[in-house]
Design a protein around this ligand. Structure first.
Ligand SMILES: NC(=O)C1=CN([C@@H]2O[C@H](COP(=O)(O)OP(=O)(O)OC[C@H]3O[C@@H](n4cnc5c(N)ncnc54)[C@H](O)[C@@H]3O)[C@@H](O)[C@H]2O)C=CC1
Ligand SMILES: O=C(O)C1=N[C@H](C(=O)O)C[C@H](O)C1
Length: 252
């Protein structure tokens, strides 16, 4: 039998980190060797011999954590949101100096959410109108969600490659924020409500019809199959992988 993959979890006391700690402990072929939270020294990841670090921390520290892991030759699976083209570009550059090391950054590890984004990209070219609504628990620090941004970017790219123009919208008088955020021309609305976990609706409209694509995460265990898949695959994927689509054999 092969040796287990040695895994460290960063943000281990948080909602996602604690769920990941349990999932790694229960998974075949994985061994939890370090569980760190704010204030802990990242050197304990390498001291513990971790091969893969999973980051579920906060947007303000995740990029620095990844650079520190790359300097140590540790593969990284990142679920923390807040990434943009510039921060991803810096990681891509760093990876040129860390040959053989892999980083997977995925805004959402729930299989249904990844499929919903894929369906939305597929549908985008056939609908004149589209808006994205994300709904989350009120302790979330960022808005709109990383998933909603990724969804809107994918829809915008699909519309652009189909030669579609802007989404119709005659609004000329409005209160600030009433039309949501503009992500590459796609309106994104963020709801924060006690009782919710993580939910997304993609609304696609044509004259006389509406297609709604909806995904609900009712429990954080929904993210774990995707997290474990990435942990198992990251060492075999040198360089930067953004999103879980490629790991699931879906078109990005
Ligand atoms: N990709 C995905 O599927 C999912 C991503 N997320 C994202 O994961 C992130 C974490 O979400 P939650 O667990 O709900 O937040 P949380 O606030 O419950 O947990 C964050 C944890 O990170 C810790 N932390 C802060 N600075 C740190 C540092 N320098 N080193 C180590 N730990 C540090 C905090 O003390 C806290 O325990 C968010 O960005 C969220 O959007 C959440 C759910 C699913
Ligand atoms: O903070 C959360 O809870 C979530 N964050 C991620 C995001 O911002 O997309 C993934 C999921 O929506 C849960």
């Amino acid at each position: 039998m092969s040796e287990p993959i040695r895994v460290a979890v960063l943000g281990a006391s948080g909602r996602m980190g604690a769920t990941t700690v349990r999932a790694v402990q229960e998974a075949d072929g994985l061994e939890l060797v370090a569980a760190l939270d704010a204030g802990d020294d990242l050197r304990s990841v390498t001291d513990a011999g971790a091969q893969v670090a999973v980051d579920f921390t906060v947007p303000s520290v995740t990029e620095q954590n990844v650079h520190t892991m790359l300097d140590a030759g540790v593969h990284v699976v990142v679920g923390t949101t807040g990434w943009d083209d510039a921060s991803l570009g810096r990681v891509r550059d760093h990876l040129l100096r860390a040959p053989g090391v892999g980083v997977v950054v995925a805004p959402n590890f729930a299989l249904g959410a990844v499929l919903a984004m894929s369906f939305a990209r597929q549908a985008a070219r056939w609908f004149e109108s589209v808006e994205v609504v994300e709904l989350h628990h009120p302790d979330k620090v960022d808005a709109p969600s990383g998933t909603a941004r990724h969804t809107a970017q994918g829809i915008a790219a699909a519309r652009a490659s189909a030669g579609m123009g802007p989404v119709p919208d005659a609004t000329s008088q409005t209160l600030d924020g009433a039309r949501g955020a503009d992500v590459d021309g796609v309106r994104v609305h963020a709801v924060r409500l006690r009782g919710l976990v993580a939910h997304e609706e993609i609304l696609l409209g044509n004259a006389g019809e509406l297609l709604t694509i909806r995904h609900d995460s009712f429990d954080r265990v929904s993210f774990m199959p995707g997290v474990l898949l990435a942990v198992r695959q990251v060492a075999g994927r040198p360089g930067l992988t953004v999103g879980l689509e490629d790991l699931l054999g879906l078109q990005a």
